[in-house]
Design a protein around this ligand. Structure first.
Ligand code: TXD
Length: 331
């Protein structure tokens, strides 16, 4: 959408961005919508199933009304009609089943593949130029489905999970080291799940490697807490988390829409040409990426210790097993 305005004798022309969230009435979707709206960087469409249209519209109105208090002007609408997704710059997919206590992310593979296939077809039809952020679990496998069904170039389909995992790791490290989580930098590789790979040699407090500050046992304790954090929260809440996931999504959207070129751990379709990842190809996996106006701008190389490389390879092998079970892969 183009808007023209006048400021004194200066003519202003700016583009108003549009973001759509599929599964918008759900927990993660509506949390992401609020976080995007309050940044005032885009109008937001919340799309969900026809059977929950009223609920979706109600949640959109609730988010609009919060704007009167927080002072944002993003227009937030609720719908079940894909026509309303047209011209979106970014489409976020949070639709699908979440985990219940005792379930693994992989238990959702078959049912969510069906849902994500149908949604990807609609995005291809109604928003063919959009960038997609896929959030639905099992995230790396669902990312693969979106890639294959839409046929969008690699730059335009990115999975959110690593940003959440890094947030959790930073939180545990900050409590252990007793410094602000703002000053902790980490990278997590691999698949979102038990085989995620927090990279200790790339974790620091303002550039001071964490091995200067914690013993091996303490670092390992933080790693284990990070790996089980999602499952632990699911047990405590009764369904999967949504506050930190919504915030993580909004940071990625901002980096794309504002061309911030910020670095995230995110799931991307590997081509085999990325430097430092041992030629991994045709599988979606978490790696450090730069996000900007083109979506995925670059995968950053990382020099892993031999032990980390081994864990990364095991994580990729696990993800390949999952990919091989997908209908979209088997054909
Ligand atoms: O880091 C990450 N990637 C994750 C992912 C962090 C947290 C949650 N993660 C996964 O996101 C979770 O395992 C689920 O697969 C998704 C969504 O979790 P959420 O907690 O938001 O689930 P809800 O509250 O059940 O919301 C799902 C919504 C709900 O409103 C459904 O009506 C809708 O999805 N839905 C659909 N919308 C549109 N079209 C279709 N086909 C559809 N099917 C369900």
């Amino acid at each position: 959408m183009t808007y023209t305005g006048r400021l004194g004798h200066l003519s202003l022309i700016y583009m108003k961005h549009k973001v759509s969230v599929i599964g918008g009435a759900g927990n993660v979707g509506s949390s992401a919508v609020l976080e995007i709206a309050r940044r005032d960087i885009a109008d937001v469409v919340m799309l969900d199933l026809e059977v929950v249209r009223e609920k979706t519209m109600g949640k959109a109105n609730d988010t609009s009304q919060a704007g009167s208090i927080l002072g944002y002007s993003s227009v937030v609408t609720g719908t079940s009609d894909y026509e309303d997704v047209k011209d979106s710059d970014v489409v976020i997919i949070t639709a699908g089943l979440p985990r219940k206590p005792g379930m693994s992310r992989d238990d959702l593979l078959e049912i969510n593949e069906k849902i994500i296939t149908e949604i990807s077809e609609n995005i291809r039809k109604y928003a063919p130029d959009s960038k997609i952020i896929i959030v639905t679990n099992p995230i790396d496998a669902m990312n693969y489905v979106v890639h294959k069904v839409t046929g969008f170039p690699n730059e335009r389909v990115i999975g959110m999970a690593g940003e959440l995992d890094t947030a959790r790791f930073r939180d545990f490290l900050s409590k252990k080291i007793n410094v602000s989580r703002k000053d902790i930098d980490v990278t997590i590789l691999g698949t979102h799940g038990d085989q995620m790979v927090p990279v200790l040699e790339a974790s620091s407090v303002r550039g001071i490697g964490i091995s200067n500050l914690l013993s091996d046992e303490e670092m390992e304790e933080c790693v284990q807490k990070t790996v089980s954090a999602g499952g632990d929260l699911t047990k405590m809440i009764g369904t999967s988390a949504w506050i930190a996931p919504g915030v993580a999504i909004s940071e990625m959207v901002a980096s794309i829409l504002l061309d911030q070129k910020r670095v995230f751990s995110a799931s991307v379709l590997m081509t085999g040409n990325e430097e430092g990842y041992g030629g991994v190809r045709d599988v979606c996996i978490g790696v450090p990426v730069v996000l900007g106006k083109n979506g995925l701008e670059r995968v950053l190389p990382i020099r892993m210790n031999p032990g980390t490389m081994e864990k990364f390879k095991a994580s990729v092998a696990k993800e390949i097993e999952k990919r091989d079970k997908l209908k979209v892969f088997k054909g």
